[in-house]
Design a binder for this molecule. Structure first.
Ligand code: AMP
Ligand code: TRP
Length: 338
């Protein structure tokens, strides 16, 4: 586990556990990139920290406009997170729109946030390319709501993938702008990365992402997982089976690091061309299927019992009500609202 803004490892919690917060888009069932890049850290941190995890449906509205799709994907993401190891007795899991105070705080923070900061956000620029006919205001203000999500609970650690680094930096800037104008109120949150902060997709080039269709869907049936792994692009310079492989640039080899202690031996087989890309993919597919089999079973159970998932989510939102109310009251008072 590594942090974005400080080289030191995350310290052990003091008497009162520091708070960690992360948000995840309701993009449907979680994929390998979500798990290796972020969810593994959610699971780890819930043992030692006051951990809060949020499915960010307000954020999703900036790109997902079909109500039934959004509702279904929110449920799928909740079931995924529970299946992958979030334990409602150890952490708080909830849906963003169930705590509408987030949007009130986002408005208040918007008044300390220069538009220029938002216009230069990389994800905003990407969205202008990917959905040019739908540059809604929510896309521009997205990072302000993200800052509100985190600081309404005064969380200091935020487990995320590397693609969220710029958003986290902006959250810190917004905190500084607020504290400068209205007095010390919020701590500056910092990102916490796993040792796989960017997982490439099956195309071997771009970040694994549902919207790019290059995911490995670890909670799917084994056949789906196998097909996705077998479709992975490997070392494009390795043309013949007898050519030596280059594990450093091969996504399949890189992923082996997370599914067995013997990955160096596997890499050696590639370098000496004892094994080929297809052999490597078969090994990886088997290991992924095996590794995620218990989570897949839990996922199917949860899907069959949506009431249980809803109960977890509403208990989570209820538990957070006093914290959110306290922060809103403090901020209103500091800003001069009567
Ligand atoms: P999202 O689906 O964009 O809300 O992502 C949920 C979490 O997974 C965020 O913390 C992302 O940074 C992380 N994540 C998503 N895709 C990847 C990836 N390909 N590699 C590493 N982390 C990722
Ligand atoms: N922007 C994040 C993503 O796309 C999701 C998110 C919303 C988030 N609010 C957050 C992440 C607060 C961390 C903290 O993945």
């Amino acid at each position: 586990m590594t942090t974005a803004t400080a080289p030191d490892p995350v310290r052990a919690p003091a008497a009162t556990a520091p708070r960690t917060f992360s948000g995840i888009q309701p993009s449907g069932v979680a994929h390998l990139g979500n798990d290796l890049g972020a969810i593994r850290n959610y699971v780890k941190l819930q043992d030692e920290y006051d951990a809060i995890y949020c499915i960010v449906d307000y954020h999703a509205l900036t790109s997902t406009h079909d109500p039934d799709v959004l509702r279904a994907r929110t449920g799928d993401m909740a079931a995924s997170l529970l299946a992958l190891g979030l334990d409602p007795d150890k952490c708080t899991l909830f849906v963003q729109s169930h705590r509408p105070e987030h949007t009130e705080l986002a408005w208040l923070l918007a008044t300390v946030t220069p538009v220029s900061w938002l216009e230069r956000t990389p994800t905003y620029k990407e969205k202008r390319e990917s959905q040019p006919d739908d540059i809604n205001h929510g896309l521009l203000t997205y990072p302000v709501l993200q800052a509100a999500d985190i600081i309404i609970y005064k969380a200091t650690l935020v487990p995320v993938g590397r693609d969220q680094a710029a958003h986290l930096e902006l959250s810190r800037e917004i905190v500084r702008a607020f504290n400068n104008r209205y007095g010390e109120t919020f701590p500056e949150p910092r990102a916490v990365f796993t040792d796989a902060p960017t997982v490439l997709g099956t195309d071997g080039v771009r970040k694994m992402s549902k919207s790019l269709g290059n995911t490995i869907d670890v909670l799917s049936e084994p056949d789906v997982i196998r097909k996705q792994v077998m479709s992975m692009v490997t070392d494009t310079q390795r043309i013949l089976r007898t050519d030596p492989g280059r594990p450093e640039v091969c996504s399949v080899c890189q992923l082996q690091r997370f599914f067995g202690p013997d990955f160096e031996e596997l890499w050696d087989g590639e370098r000496t061309a004892r094994t080929g890309c297809v052999d490597m993919k078969r090994v990886l597919a088997d290991r992924i299927v095996r590794h995620y089999a218990p989570a897949r079973e839990r996922y199917l159970e949860l899907q069959a019992n949506p009431k249980l998932v809803d109960e977890v989510l509403s208990a989570g939102a209820n538990r957070l009500a006093p914290l959110a109310a306290d922060t809103i009251a403090e901020v209103r008072q500091k800003m001069g609202l009567r």
